[in-house]
Design a binder for this molecule. Structure first.
Ligand SMILES: [Zn+2]
Length: 505
């Protein structure tokens, strides 16, 4: 038995000062003096929190985008050009980048193929927007992809054309799949990228990740066998993977690895104007993109249900959530369906989510980026704005809420996510919709107990209580009393089932 004492331990049953761990599980917690054993650790008044859980991110992409051109925070198209020039120097093959956001540009417009051709006329370039739902490619890439003025939009996708009918270089949503045969990585590289992504999660205090990666189950199994999967992994394959030989059957468990759900995308992103809205955007007359018709969506959900998988939906716009809720209702899905993002809703949709026990799987750090322009998309006086990123409203309505980062869309640091849920601070220094701020306990809950509920593991993960797995993290900063310290706090130690997986000196 191991005893951790002289600590400030946060549990959802009050603050404790010591904790006994045996065989990877918590057996007792208490306050005040505790009898020492041979294996007692003085925690020197440090903070212990339950292990943090990210309920939606992409571990492969997180690892992969450490190796590509990082364009996040770029303030102009000329800054993008400078970064591209530097990065592309002496590099062969496709140049891949990610992270731009046109709303931050001085030029106040999208990047075009001409902007890229100026720097790289004869080597293919693809630069993804921060959301990953749009990219810009140069002329060389368009040629390789076989895209010209005669190319029609694929289903659920857009190849943007100028007024003369020529492709501008911007491609959206399902049209991005045209790139896959050219930029796909091989299996060995996929495995290395996943290993890097997992390490990045451990370093920020995540003890469990619920990750959406394509065709990755066997790779996670291999990494675990090789001792390279340090944290718990709840894998969400895509719906299209159902029935494939390497796709796990529902509720397959293998050590720290588990799978019980598949993912379906209903729409795009708000930043890219591809989120599907019931009313047009305030700054264009478009209403976004739906990936499927209602009939198609109903059928796909029925298939997943029959195959025994739970379903996680990507839905950002209110139309997308409405369609998802319809599909859930029509198919009588009652196994904790999940709407990931759930950004733009309405009073009716929030009521339906409560009635149908649909989980809202939110991304608090989105506020950091989206808060700067979201009002121009929604309309400052619109009714829908009141139900946008409405986390407090959802919790008060009795909806189960879990938190995540959607990394690499935003930083995977869960402490920053908890900070965002509490303060709703935007990268321009403003606070967006202050009335939806959460308390420290609510914000921590969605990254622990709430996220455990989303994985149907609330009986053993997400809290520090007798019988629970001894998954916990140690901090020096007292973020319980001073949540503003979350922004720069550093995790000192990470324990999973009582085993120390990360230790900073
Ligand atoms: Zn995602």
């Amino acid at each position: 038995m191991t005893i951790y004492f002289n600590a400030k331990i946060f549990t959802f049953n009050g603050i404790k000062s010591w904790m006994k761990v045996e065989n990877g599980k918590i057996i007792e917690l208490g306050i005040g003096e505790v009898e020492q054993s041979d294996n007692s650790h003085d925690m020197e008044q440090h903070i212990i929190l339950p292990g943090l859980i990210d309920a939606h991110l992409h571990v492969f992409n997180l690892g992969y985008h450490t190796t590509t051109l990082n364009l996040s925070g770029s303030r102009s198209i000329s800054e993008i050009q400078t970064k591209l020039k530097e990065f592309a120097n002496n590099r062969e093959g496709w140049i891949i980048g990610r992270g731009w956001d046109q709303d931050l540009f001085e030029e106040k417009r999208y990047i075009s193929k001409e902007d890229l051709d100026l720097i790289k006329p004869d080597q293919p370039v693809v630069l993804y927007r921060v959301c990953g739902h749009i990219s810009v490619v140069n002329s060389c890439a368009l040629e390789i992809l076989g895209i010209n003025q005669n190319t029609e939009d694929p289903n659920g996708g857009v190849i943007e054309k100028d007024k003369n009918g020529h492709p501008t270089g911007i491609i959206k949503e399902k049209a991005l799949e045209l790139l896959i045969p050219f930029i796909d990585v091989d299996r060995d590289r996929q495995k290395e990228m996943i290993a890097i992504g997992l390490q990045k999660c451990l370093e920020v205090g995540l003890t469990t990740v619920q990750t959406n990666d394509e065709d990755a189950w066997i790779i996670y199994k291999e990494l675990q066998n090789e001792g390279r999967m340090p944290i718990r992994v709840y894998l969400t394959p895509y719906h299209k993977e159902i029935g494939r030989e390497d796709t796990p059957k529902p509720r397959t468990r293998d050590g720290l690895l588990y799978c019980d759900r598949v993912k379906l995308l209903a729409d795009g992103s708000l930043g890219a104007h591809t989120a599907a809205m019931r009313e047009p955007y305030a700054d264009t007359d478009e209403t976004g993109i739906t990936v499927y018709t209602q009939t198609e969506l109903n059928k796909l959900v029925g298939e997943a249900n029959t195959a025994g998988y739970r379903v996680e939906f990507h839905a950002i716009g209110d139309l997308a959530s409405e369609m998802v809720i319809n599909a859930i209702e029509v198919n009588n899905v009652n196994d904790r369906p999940i709407i990931t993002h759930a950004q733009i809703l309405g009073k009716d949709l929030i009521q339906k989510m409560k009635d149908l026990n649909i989980i809202a799987n939110i991304q608090p750090p989105f506020i950091i980026t989206d808060g700067a322009w979201v009002d121009t998309r929604l309309g400052i006086d619109s009714e829908r704005r009141k139900y946008s990123y409405a986390w407090k409203t959802m919790i008060d309505a009795g909806i189960h809420v879990s938190g995540g980062s959607d990394a690499p869309v935003e930083s995977n640091n869960p402490l920053l996510g908890i900070y965002s849920a509490i303060f709703r601070e935007v990268n321009n220094g403003k606070i967006w919709r202050e009335e939806e701020r959460l308390t420290f306990e609510e914000a921590l809950y969605i990254y622990t107990k709430g996220a455990a509920y989303t994985a149907k593991e609330e009986g053993r993960l997400g809290d520090l209580a007798p019988g629970f797995e001894a998954d916990f993290i140690v901090l020096k900063e007292d973020v319980i009393d001073q949540p503003e310290l979350l922004k720069d706090a550093k995790v000192q130690q990470v324990y999973i089932s009582g085993i120390e997986k990360l230790a900073r000196s």
